[in-house]
Design a protein around this ligand. Structure first.
Ligand SMILES: *Cc1c(COP(=O)(O)O)cnc(C)c1O
Length: 355
């Protein structure tokens, strides 16, 4: 039986992505070679990376002057690559969770960091809105979706300095005004591909402005000048990413994905809000449409494990909350069908009714 996969990452991918990847592992585009063994310098692989690049630019409506990169090292490597390449003297950061704090920690190695606001004291259950970004900051770093806490910033803030964003867990779920950003990055394993590749969108004009020496592999210009092929890129995840991008386009692009994402989340939040035993943890106005976090009400708190088992019997996997938050987290990435969300909702109701 196919499971209802609510894992936070690596996470659900479309059947189209998985099937085409499996086919290419056996025979890539009729070459008689596996995608696992073909040279990244071959014309066949070059075509893959070129098409993925073009589709990302098309789907996200990326303006001229920006480069799309496929890098290794995960989003976590971007926590240091961003300040390495972009922080001249001072940067501003919004602290909305563990990932944001990790980005802040790295930035401090490179210059002055002003944390303009933090929701840490409230265990990151909301996204701070009352803050001022210093006009002399080189950039303002945000984490658009806080995967662990289920909060999300679904707009590109209006500030006087360029934005930089970690969009690991909500890229391709809304339109972005890319022109406001110097850099956008996303580990692929939430809304794009298997783990192993990180998508980076970087503004070319923003590069080359820092005085420090940058190690070759950590310099965006290296990868821009070589079209992500300075060294061997993660070929298989890039191939899978291309499949997801084709599937996104076939679904109707970002607007269609966002519409369905919103419907899925609305249904699940509605079920949580109407439940006697479950309660949402994120502040209503900041609720993420990608990661829905909830807990048992205190009087039922000892039933956590029982619910996870009950859900498991119905093929639901991956709903345990992050260890730093507890409770439950249902991740509803783009590839998650409405039917699976409905199975979770029905399971929650059935569990409640049998108490
Ligand atoms: C998962 C995640 C990361 C970490 O990504 P890695 O690719 O494992 O380094 C960073 N930021 C956010 C918002 C995430 O969801």
């Amino acid at each position: 039986m196919k499971k209802h996969n609510f894992y936070a990452g690596p996470s659900i991918l479309s059947e189209f992505t998985i099937k085409n990847t499996a086919d290419a592992v056996l025979n890539f585009n009729g070459t008689g070679l596996s995608i696992l063994e073909i040279s990244h310098r071959s014309k066949e692989f070059q075509a893959v990376i070129d098409e993925a690049n073009a589709l990302i630019k098309e789907l996200l409506d990326i303006p001229q002057g920006y480069e799309v990169l496929f890098l290794g090292g995960g989003a976590s490597t971007q926590f240091c690559m961003v300040p390495f390449n972009l922080l001249k003297k001072k940067a501003a950061y919004l602290d909305t969770g563990v990932w944001a704090s990790k980005a802040i920690k790295e930035a401090k190695l490179f210059g002055e960091v002003e944390v303009v606001a933090s929701s840490k004291d409230a265990n990151y259950t909301f996204v701070p809105k009352d803050y001022t970004v210093p006009a002399d900051a080189d950039y303002f770093h945000i984490t658009t979706n806080n995967t662990i806490y289920g909060t999300e910033l679904r707009e590109d803030p209006n500030v006087a300095v360029p934005l930089v964003a970690d969009m690991s867990s909500d890229i391709f779920s809304r339109r972005i005004d890319v022109s406001k950003y110097d850099a956008i990055y996303a580990g692929a394993q939430k809304n794009l591909a298997p783990s192993g590749v990180t998508l980076v969108i970087v503004k070319e004009d923003a590069l080359g402005k820092v005085d420090r020496a940058i190690p070759t592999m950590l310099d965006y210009r290296t990868h821009v000048s070589k079209g992500s092929m300075f060294n061997t890129p993660p070929c298989l995840p890039i191939y899978s990413a291309l499949q997801t991008l084709k599937w996104y386009k076939a679904q109707g692009g970002i607007d269609a994905l966002e519409k369905l994402d919103k419907e899925k989340a609305a249904r699940l939040y509605d079920a949580i809000d109407n439940s006697k035993i479950f309660v949402g943890t994120a502040k209503a106005e900041d609720r993420s449409i990608m990661n829905v976090c909830f807990v048992m009400r205190p009087e039922y708190a000892e039933l956590d494990k029982q619910f996870i088992e009950f859900a498991g019997e119905r093929g639901i996997v991956g709903i345990k909350g992050h260890r730093s938050v507890g409770g439950f987290r249902a991740s509803l990435y783009n590839a998650m069908p409405m039917e699976s969300v409905q199975v979770l909702i029905d399971t929650m109701k059935d569990f409640e009714n049998k108490l």
